[in-house]
Design a protein around this ligand. Structure first.
Ligand code: PLP
Length: 447
C-alpha cells in the first residue's frame, strides 16, 4: 500500500498505531492478518476484536522486565478493570500474571476462569461488608485498603473467620501527572488513598499495625493513567521508599511490599509517542534500588498494575455505517450502529482514536466528518473530525482502533442497546469470547 493513496485532506498518510494493523491491496483493513470485512460478515457489527498474541506479548514485556530488574521478588498485576472477561483472565492465568480486582463481579469472573485468587489484589475506595466477606471467602490474596473504616471492617471480617488477612495500604505520594483530572489519582486531594504529606498515611499505618487479624505487608500508590514521558514512577518510588524507611525508623515497622500502580500510556494515534516499557521498568528499578541503598532499606517485593498497556492495542471495534449527513457550511456526520454504549471514552474524556473506513483504505480521505453513534444523545460521539473518503455510504465498514481497554468494560445498555460480541483472534482461529447481547438479555432482570 502506497502512502500517497491513503492521504487525508491535509496530505497526512494513515499511520496505524500498532503493528497488528495492516492493509491489503484491495484497501481492506487487516487485524492480526484477518480481513476485517470477512470478520464483520461472519460475526456481525458492532463487533469487538481482541488479539490474543498481543495481550500475551504485552504481559511478557512486564514479566520479563520484572524478572530481569527485580530478581529479588516481583510480580506484575493486570488491572482487570480495563477488560474483565473469562478469556482475558485465562490468558493472565496462563501467562503467570497476578491481577487487580475491584468488585464481586470481577472476583467471580476470575474465579470462574480458574484464576488462582491468591494472586489477586482487591482494590477500591469503598468496599462494602458484602464485598469484603465475598473476597475473603473466595481466598483473595491481598486487600489494598483505602481508609480507616475499611481497615476496621477487614479486621472484623478476618477475626470472624479466624484468619489474618494480608493488606497493603493505599497512599497518595502527592504527584500530579498533568493528564486528565478524571484519571489523575496520585495527588494529595484525591478521593483515593492516604496522603503522606498530611500525616494521614502514617496514622492509618499505625491503625493497621494495631489490628491482630490484619497482616500489613506494605504500601500501594497509583499515580494516574496514560503516562508517557514524565518520570512520575521514579518520583513515586523515591517518595514511597523514603516513607517506608521513615516508618522503620519511627515505628520499627519494615514493609516488605511496594506496589507502584499502573498507568503506562498506549498509542491511540500516530502522534502518541512510543514507550519502551521494559526500559522504563529498568529506570524505575535503578532509582528505587538507589533510594533503598541511600536509606539502608531492604529492597521490597515490587508490584505494578498495568491495565491499558496490556489490552488496549490488542483491541479493535468494527461498525457498519447507517447514514452519512452533510450540513453545507457546517459539518458532516457519519453515523454507525454502535456509539457511546460500546465506547463512552470520547464522550467522557474526549479520548483520541484512529478511525478508518475499513474497506476504503486506498481512497483519498477528503471528507472530514464527526463519527457518531446511534444513541438518543447528542454527546454520543466516537470521534470528531475523522477524515473519511468521500464515497463513504450506508453499509460501509468503519474501524476504531486500540479499543481493547476501557471499552467493553465501560459499555452500557443505554437505549436498551445490546453490547456487541467480543471475538478473540487466537493462533487456532477466531473464538467468540463474549456473545452478543440479545433483546431477551436486555429484559432478563425485569419482573
Ligand atoms: C486503573 C488502575 C490501574 C490501571 O491503570 P492503567 O492506566 O489501565 O494501566 C492500576 N491500578 C489502579 C489502582 C487503578 O485504579
Amino acid at each position: 500500500m502506497t502512502k500517497e493513496r491513503m492521504n487525508d485532506v491535509n496530505n497526512n498518510p494513515v499511520v496505524f498505531p500498532c503493528e497488528n494493523l495492516t492493509a491489503d491491496e484491495n484497501g481492506h483493513l487487516l487485524f492480526v492478518g484477518y480481513d476485517t470485512a470477512a470478520l464483520a460478515e461472519t460475526y456481525g457489527t458492532p463487533l469487538y476484536l481482541l488479539d490474543d498474541a498481543r495481550i500475551r506479548h504485552n504481559c511478557r514485556v512486564y514479566l520479563d522486565a520484572f524478572k530481569k530488574y527485580y530478581p529479588e521478588g516481583s510480580l506484575p498485576l493486570y488491572a482487570s478493570k480495563a477488560n474483565a472477561c473469562k478469556q482475558v483472565y485465562r490468558i493472565m492465568r496462563e501467562e503467570g500474571m497476578g491481577i487487580d480486582v475491584v468488585s464481586i463481579g470481577e472476583i467471580y469472573t476470575a474465579k470462574a476462569a480458574g484464576f488462582d485468587l491468591s494472586k489477586a489484589f482487591f482494590h477500591g475506595n469503598n468496599k462494602t461488608d458484602a464485598d469484603i466477606a465475598y473476597a475473603m471467602d473466595c481466598g483473595v490474596g491481598c486487600f489494598v485498603a483505602d481508609n480507616a473504616e475499611e481497615i476496621l471492617a477487614i479486621e472484623a471480617a478476618a477475626k470472624q473467620r479466624g484468619i489474618c488477612q494480608k493488606v497493603l495500604l493505599r497512599l497518595t505520594p502527592g504527584i500530579d501527572t498533568h493528564t486528565y483530572a478524571a484519571v489523575n489519582t496520585g495527588k494529595v486531594d484525591s478521593k483515593f488513598g492516604n496522603a503522606i504529606a498530611t500525616g494521614q498515611a502514617e496514622a492509618i499505618t499505625k491503625l493497621a499495625l494495631l489490628q491482630p487479624h490484619v497482616d500489613l505487608r506494605g504500601f500501594h500508590c497509583h499515580i494516574g493513567s496514560q503516562v508517557f514521558t514524565e518520570d512520575v514512577f521514579e518520583r513515586a518510588a523515591v517518595i514511597m521508599i523514603d516513607f517506608m524507611a521513615d516508618l522503620r525508623d519511627t515505628l520499627g515497622y519494615t514493609a516488605a511490599v511496594l506496589n507502584l500502580g499502573g498507568g503506562y500510556g498506549v498509542r491511540y494515534v500516530d502522534t502518541d509517542p512510543y514507550l519502551d516499557i521494559a526500559q522504563k521498568i529498568h529506570a524505575v528499578s535503578d532509582v528505587l534500588k538507589a533510594a533503598c541503598e541511600a536509606r539502608a532499606f531492604p529492597v521490597p517485593t515490587i508490584h505494578m498494575e498495568p491495565g491499558r498497556s496490556i489490552v488496549a492495542d490488542a483491541g479493535l471495534t468494527l461498525y457498519t455505517v447507517g447514514a452519512v449527513k452533510q450540513i453545507p457550511g457546517y459539518k458532516n456526520y457519519v453515523s454507525v450502529d454502535g456509539g457511546m454504549t460500546d465506547n463512552p471514552r470520547f464522550a467522557l474524556y474526549g479520548s483520541k482514536y484512529t478511525c478508518v473506513a475499513a474497506t476504503r483504505l486506498t481512497e483519498a480521505r477528503v471528507f472530514p466528518a464527526s463519527l457518531v453513534g446511534r444513541c438518543c444523545e447528542s454527546g454520543d460521539i466516537l470521534q470528531e473530525n475523522v477524515p473519511f473518503p468521500s464515497t463513504i455510504h450506508r453499509g460501509d465498514l468503519v474501524a476504531v482502533c486500540t479499543t481493547g481497554a476501557y471499552n467493553y468494560a465501560m459499555s452500557s445498555n443505554y437505549n436498551r442497546i445490546g453490547r456487541p460480541a467480543t471475538v478473540l483472534l487466537t493462533a487456532e482461529g477466531p473464538q467468540v469470547a463474549i456473545r452478543r447481547e440479545t433483546p431477551e438479555d436486555m429484559a432478563r432482570l425485569d419482573v
